[in-house]
Ligand binder design. Structure first.
Ligand SMILES: [Zn+2]
Length: 359
């Protein structure tokens, strides 16, 4: 099969659905990386450039707020809205300079965070009116803590609004274990960590006629990196769900759904490839890239410790200046390079390395 051609810039609407279809046909998925500022965005774009692949850049609620600055008041999600919009504007303004296609997305929005998404959709509708394309490619709603019927009802109403903007909705069924962004699911009942095919069918029936959606299903995946515990990764749950929907609704495709793998950090290539082989098109990665950003900076601080005790004075002499070591551009760029290198590995794990033609 020839490589899919894509232009640099933000991928939305039917182009995004075509991208998901291509990924499934070549058994590949894209990394979705949580960003918190311009430095993590450029690390993500550089990794995509090296991998010759599109990348999914996403803002969590607190990551969006951090993008705008923790100094902002987040009452009524104002800081998260302003920061996510600033981040989206930054990605849109710089992606073409890096020459890579980007899917712009927002991460988990639980019920109490819906005002954040409301604010982004208000801005998204204005953007659409002016530009005939959505500001964000997609948003995620995570109502997995609510009863299934309520989860799907709310998702259906948001997808109705988002479809008019050619947007895609990511939903969550079942619970991703572990802890992230202050949401702690580390002691949740283990049966909830595995999504049931019947629930996936209910979601398909509720949403398929309304618009485009992806499903974050639970198959024992956890946020964060922990010592192997009681919960086993069972990607076969994804295949069972695809088969169930194909059989019950006689879909033309044997893989009618696009799945999202949350909590990708710490997973082996074999586990990742198995999930991808069942129609996973997106894998979230956060903890591993956080570590990849921080680790080279820690090394620098340790190695240059004697040069970082004051503006003057180091092992070379009491009056020697330390300006070169103090300049944040030096050590922040080490973090950017560490994060970019880790993401290149993720592209390889996900079989997305060099699968596209940008010419
Ligand atoms: Zn997640």
């Amino acid at each position: 099969m020839s490589k899919m051609k894509l232009k640099p810039g933000v991928v939305t609407g039917t182009a995004l659905q075509d991208l998901f279809g291509y990924l499934k046909s070549v058994k590949a998925a894209l990394p979705a990386v949580n960003v918190i500022g311009s430095h993590t965005v450029v690390a993500a774009l550089q990794a995509a450039r090296e991998a010759k692949s599109p990348i999914i850049i996403q803002f969590s609620n607190s990551g969006g707020a951090f993008f705008g600055g923790k100094f902002l008041d987040n009452k009524g999600e104002k800081g998260s809205i302003a920061g996510s919009l600033a981040g989206a504007a930054f990605v849109r303004s710089i992606a073409e300079a890096y020459g890579v296609p980007v899917v712009l997305h927002t991460d988990h929005a639980a019920k109490k965070l819906l005002p954040w998404i409301d604010g982004l959709l208000d801005a998204g509708e204005k953007f659409f009116a002016a530009n005939k394309e959505p500001l964000f490619s997609s948003h995620m709603l995570d109502l997995s803590e609510e009863p299934l019927h309520e989860n799907l009802e709310i998702c259906r109403s948001y997808l109705t609004r988002m479809s008019k903007l050619n947007m895609t909705l990511e939903i969550e069924l079942g619970v991703t274990g572990g802890e992230e962004d202050g949401v702690d699911n580390s002691d949740v009942d283990s049966s909830k960590l595995y999504t049931q095919p019947a629930d996936v069918l209910a979601a398909y029936d509720a949403l398929n006629s309304v618009g485009n959606f992806t499903v974050a299903a639970s198959f024992g995946n956890t946020h964060g990196v922990y010592k192997p515990g009681n919960v086993k990764l069972r990607p076969i749950i994804l295949k069972n769900s695809q088969d169930h929907i194909q059989k019950e609704r006689k879909t033309a495709s044997s893989e009618p759904l696009n799945f999202v793998f949350h909590g990708g950090s710490g997973s082996s290539r074999e586990e990742i490839r198995e999930a991808v082989s069942y129609g996973t098109v997106k894998m979230n990665i956060d903890t591993d890239t956080q570590w990849a950003f921080t680790q080279p900076i820690k090394k620098f601080m340790d190695e240059k410790s004697a040069y970082l005790q004051g503006q003057l004075g180091n092992p070379e002499g009491p009056d020697k200046p330390n300006k070169k070591q103090i300049d944040p551009r030096g050590w922040i760029h080490l973090g950017e390079k560490g994060m970019a290198a880790r993401l290149v590995e993720a592209f390889k794990d996900l079989n997305a390395f060099d699968q596209f033609d940008f010419s």
